[in-house]
Design a protein around this ligand. Structure first.
Ligand SMILES: Nc1ncnc2c1ncn2[C@@H]1O[C@H](COP(=O)(O)OP(=O)(O)OP(=O)(O)O)[C@@H](O)[C@H]1O
Length: 467
């Protein structure tokens, strides 16, 4: 039976060609992806560039034998499982191998079906664990990485935790992508309101009228297009936290209405004369120079004082480079789990460049770079060449840093190029092209290898114009 085995990869190591071929044929037939090696040495070489879920190794081989191979694998590729293949005469040694971390052993003369049952167990455990990890990580990672070695950042976190316990209005300042929303969520999670809603509104994303309707809600027929009654965000955040992102971008007329709601803690839906009490904690954020906006008459001073009982200023990532190793590891783990990819090697140059780059797009940019590198990685290796394509170059970047910070258009352009959707499509197209090449352009064969239907493959070929 052939099935979708989620690309479960097995390396078969045996110095006897006959056994090697039999195992390979049977496991290929079952739908696993297999590769064969005729010695322990060859297996270790292959493992340097390819990752496997399972290594099936003969116990007695010339040179590096099964036990030594097992030890090396457990040392360097701890996620890879090992099954030892043995003859009757060496069962004792095989049992000893299990003590060194082998999953099980298999006696050569036994029914091969027994072996495939064991392999199936490993596959199931592997994917179950992976799904579990994703679940745990989603819970963990839906949050953030706020461990820091930066003194300024430690102070800010302490301040935020203290402020969380009171109900004061907080204004978060900082460049785009430094994690203002992440921080707002953290404050909410430290507050007594943590079990209630956290609602975020990006004020920049709405026109004046729409923003007012979004914030205060409206009655049916209040204006053209108001075909239904709608609750506003202040109302919806009752009991919880309302996060107003890009507050520096709202118009003066909306600012007046906002000020009134914040002062009175009462809202009226547009088109209604009924006033409702609302209980919300307000956190606002902006990457604008708000003092300058006040001097220019673009932002009301009274509103500024109202929203900024406590001001938290998040430093740009280039000013807390000591946190880069932790952040890189955090996003790497997150991407590995989300993209279901294993990474065992990161080329030295990649780390050097990641650690010296200035990140004009801050944490958002770092997160995107890591996701991209994981998507582009092949055989568990992150290569410098993939980073080069991204143009991470600290020297050039330092020179043009000022220019970039003040040039939003360029930042936007970089973000557009780096959209995850594009990256996924790019990687998918590349992979399908490779599968077609390997299958001699035979669509049925390539579809089988990719575990998708021929029809799906045809659609992808058309979508990516691969023919
Ligand atoms: N400390 C962190 N831990 C994990 N992820 C983070 C952290 N800081 C930022 N991020 C990630 O970086 C991205 C940008 O973060 P966020 O939206 O909070 O930044 P921002 O300062 O509010 O940006 P903008 O000014 O553009 O609204 C998000 O994907 C977020 O998950």
């Amino acid at each position: 039976m052939k099935g979708n085995f989620n690309h479960f990869k097995i390396l078969i190591v045996d110095d006897e060609e006959e056994y090697r071929e039999v195992f390979k044929e049977i496991l290929d037939e079952k739908g696993y992806i297999t590769k064969a090696a005729s010695s322990g040495e060859e297996a270790l070489n292959i493992l340097k560039t390819h990752s496997f879920h399972l290594v099936l190794t003969d116990l007695i081989m010339k040179g590096i034998d099964g036990i030594e191979l097992l030890e090396k694998i457990k040392e360097e590729y701890s996620e890879t499982e090992v099954i030892i293949i043995t003859g009757y005469g060496t069962v004792e040694n095989a049992v000893a191998a299990m003590k060194k971390g082998a999953f099980t052993y298999f006696i050569k003369s036994h029914d091969l079906e027994e072996l495939t049952i064991e392999i199936e167990k490993i596959r199931k455990i592997f994917y179950l664990e992976n799904d579990n990890e994703i679940f745990k990580n989603q819970q963990k990672n839906s949050k953030y990485m706020l461990n820091t070695n930066n003194k300024k950042f430690i102070k800010i976190i302490n301040m935020a935790e203290k402020a969380a316990n009171s109900n004061v209005n907080i204004l978060i300042l900082g460049d785009s992508g430094v994690g203002k929303e992440v921080f707002a969520k953290y404050i909410h999670s430290c507050s007594e309101r943590k079990d209630r809603h956290f609602l975020a509104v990006n004020c920049h994303a709405f026109s004046d009228n729409l923003l007012e309707s979004e914030l205060f809600g409206h009655e049916k027929g209040a204006f053209t297009g108001a075909i239904e009654q709608r609750k506003g965000r202040f109302e919806a955040a009752h009991g919880g936290t309302l996060f107003l992102d890009e507050i520096g971008d709202i118009s003066l007329s909306t600012q007046v209405k906002l000020l009134r709601t914040i002062e009175t803690k009462k809202v009226e839906r547009i088109g209604s004369n009924k006033t409702m009490d609302v209980d919300f904690r307000l956190i606002s954020a902006t990457n604008k120079d708000i003092q300058k906006s006040i001097s220019n008459g673009e932002f009301r001073e009274d509103l500024f004082y109202r929203i900024s009982t406590i001001i938290i200023e998040i430093p740009p990532l280039r000013d807390r480079k000591e946190d880069l190793p932790n952040l890189i590891e955090f996003f790497l783990e997150k991407s590995k789990l989300e993209l279901k990819k294993q990474i065992h090697t990161i080329e030295k140059k990649v780390m050097e460049r990641l650690l010296s780059y200035d990140y004009p797009g801050n944490v958002r940019e770092l997160k995107n770079i890591i996701e991209r590198l994981v998507v582009l990685s092949e055989n568990g290796i992150i290569k410098d060449i993939d980073l080069s394509k991204y143009r991470v170059d600290s020297e050039r970047d330092t020179k043009s840093r000022e220019e970039k910070i003040h040039n939003n258009k360029e930042v936007e352009e970089i973000q557009r190029i780096r959209s995850l959707k594009d990256i996924r499509s790019e990687a998918e197209a590349k992979y399908i092209k490779k599968a077609l090449e390997i299958s001699g352009n035979n669509v049925t064969e390539a579809a089988r290898k990719l575990s998708i239907s021929r029809r799906q493959l045809f659609n992808k070929i058309n979508e990516y114009k691969l023919r």
